[in-house]
Design a protein around this ligand. Sequence first.
Ligand code: GLN
Length: 235
Amino acid sequence: MCRHAAWLGPPRSLASLIFEPEHGLLPQAYAPRMQRFGSVNADGFGVGWYDPSRLEPVRYRRSIPIWADANLPGIADVARSSCLMAAVRSATVGMPIEESATAPFSDGVWLLSHNGRVRREAVALMAAGSESACDSAWLASAVFTRLREGMPVAQALPMVVRSVAEADPGARLNFLVSGGAELAATTWGDTLFAHLGQGVLIASEPLDDRPGWQAVPDRNLLLASPDGVLVTPIH
Ligand code: GLN
């Protein structure tokens, strides 16, 4: 099970998700505190952020452990944005370990991270055109197809979760999705926490021991925008 995190609010650096907090994504890669499936996240990592100079997000993904990339600390210090996403990966058995299997996935303005697993049959049709033969890439493709059709993310995400979970009741479907101005996240089988302050910080597990981290209940959709945060059950 992977760990992912995202920020929406006043510009801050990627380092504030990865390196600076006591339990940021770097320590979560080798010593996650709440991980239920898998024990280390050494099968790659990815970061994505939005810069005012371009519409589409910038990404940097590698298929090596996050602690093994000597260039990332410098990049993470200068990559500052009002919207950030980062993930460390523990590949599901049978899934390829390659850059294209590593979150965040992207399509146009969208960034997507998936924490969980799904059986191939459950997404067979939806997975057409996916970037990698990895279950997360199939799911990303399913969500992107709906977003490309113009469906709002608040509708597209729960719709994919419901239909996939129906086809594979054992699926775990924790997503993070952003188009740069908002963040959407689902809980379906794994943990997610939110910390509200000047902006919204969400993460599979708290990045530090500050008070204020709130657990998002399972089977919910979290929507964060500059107007606030809304959590609603996915039925
Ligand atoms: N199933 C996905 C993969 O293989 C995600 C794994 C995870 O959440 N650990 O990469």
